[in-house]
Design a binder for this molecule. Structure first.
Ligand SMILES: NC(=O)c1ccc[n+]([C@@H]2O[C@H](COP(=O)([O-])OP(=O)(O)OC[C@H]3O[C@@H](n4cnc5c(N)ncnc54)[C@H](O)[C@@H]3O)[C@@H](O)[C@H]2O)c1
Length: 249
C-alpha cells in the first residue's frame, strides 16, 4: 500500500544531529528538540486511546512491552475501555484535547482521536473538523519536534459517495465539501493532506490507514455506526430486551 505511504506499523524515532545556534538550549535545526537518547522501551503515544479501536491498540502495545501514553478527552471514549490497563507500569493516561498542543517525548505517535460515528461527529460538526485538522496539525508538529514516526487513522469516507467499487488507493473519490457529513469526511481528507505535506516538507516518517467499517468488543450497541445498528436491530427483533451490550459476534 505504498505510493501514499499507507501501511501499518511504526518504529524508530530519536533525535537528529543537525545543530543551530540555540543548540545549547536543546534546540536543533528547524526547531527540532534535542531528545534524550532512546530508553530501552519504545515510547508510544496513542491519541483517542480510550476509544473502541484505541483501547485495543493500547492493550496490544502494553502487552508488547512498549511504554504507552494514552491521551483522550473522553468525548466518545471511556475509562472502562482502559480500566484493565490503568496501574500497569508501562501505561499512562492523560486527559487532553488534541485541539490543544502538548509536549511529550515519544518515538511513535498513533493518532486516532476523532469522533467516528455519525451521531457523535454531527453532534458538534465544527469541533469535529477542528479535531481532525488542528488535532492532526498538533500531533504532526509534535512528531516533527521529537522526530517520531506518525500514523493517522483515516477512513473509507475520504472516498465520499464513491463511483468505483471496491475503492483503490489511486481512486480520489466523489466527495461533497458542504454536506452534513463533510465535517468528518473533509476533516479526514485535510488530515491526510497535512500528513503528506509534513512528510514531504519536513521528512517526517508517516503512515495513513484508511479504516473501513470495523466492529467488535467495546463498541457500544447504540454507537450509531452501520454494524452496531445492524446488530442492534437484529438483536431487538430476536431478543426485544437486548440493550447496551457491546458488539461481539
Ligand atoms: N471503527 C471504525 O469502523 C472506523 C472506521 C473508519 C475510521 N475510523 C477511525 O479510527 C479512529 C478511532 O475510531 P473508533 O472507532 O475507535 O472511535 P471512538 O469514538 O471509539 O474513538 C475515538 C476516541 O477519540 C477521542 N477523542 C475524540 N475527540 C478528541 C479530541 N478532540 N481530543 C482527544 N481525544 C478525542 C474519543 O473520546 C474516543 O476515545 C478514528 O480516527 C476514526 O475516524 C474508525
Amino acid at each position: 500500500m505504498s505510493d501514499l505511504g499507507i501501511g501499518a506499523g511504526a518504529g524508530g524515532g530519536g533525535a537528529t544531529v543537525r545543530r543551530d545556534p540555540r543548540a545549547s538550549q536543546g534546540v536543533l535545526a528547524d526547531g527540532v528538540i534535542k531528545t534524550k537518547p532512546r530508553v530501552e522501551r519504545n515510547r508510544v503515544l496513542v491519541t483517542g486511546g480510550a476509544g473502541f479501536v484505541g483501547s485495543h491498540l493500547c492493550e496490544f502495545l502494553v502487552n508488547r512491552g512498549d511504554q504507552v501514553i494514552c491521551i483522550d478527552n473522553f468525548f466518545t471514549g471511556s475509562k472502562d475501555n482502559i480500566a484493565h490497563l490503568i496501574g500497569k507500569p508501562n501505561f499512562e493516561v492523560i486527559r487532553h484535547d488534541v485541539v490543544e498542543p502538548i509536549l511529550l517525548e515519544v518515538d511513535q505517535i498513533f493518532h486516532l482521536a476523532c469522533p467516528a460515528s455519525p451521531i457523535h461527529y454531527k453532534y458538534n460538526p465544527i469541533k469535529t473538523i477542528k479535531t481532525s485538522f488542528l488535532g492532526t496539525m498538533n500531533m504532526l508538529g509534535l512528531a516533527r519536534r521529537v522526530r517520531a514516526r506518525f500514523l493517522l487513522t483515516s477512513t473509507s469516507e475520504v472516498y465520499g459517495d464513491p463511483l468505483q467499487h471496491p475503492q483503490t488507493e489511486s481512486y480520489w473519490g466523489n466527495v461533497n465539501p458542504i454536506g452534513e457529513r463533510s465535517c468528518y469526511d473533509e476533516g479526514k481528507r485535510a488530515a491526510e493532506c497535512l500528513t503528506m505535506d509534513y512528510h514531504r516538507e519536513h521528512g517526517i516518517e508517516v503512515r495513513i490507514v484508511r479504516i473501513f467499517n470495523t466492529y467488535g468488543p467495546r463498541m457500544a450497541l447504540d454507537d450509531g455506526r452501520v454494524v452496531s445498528n445492524f446488530v442492534a436491530q437484529v438483536g431487538a427483533l430476536m431478543h426485544p430486551r437486548v440493550r447496551g451490550c457491546d458488539v461481539s459476534l
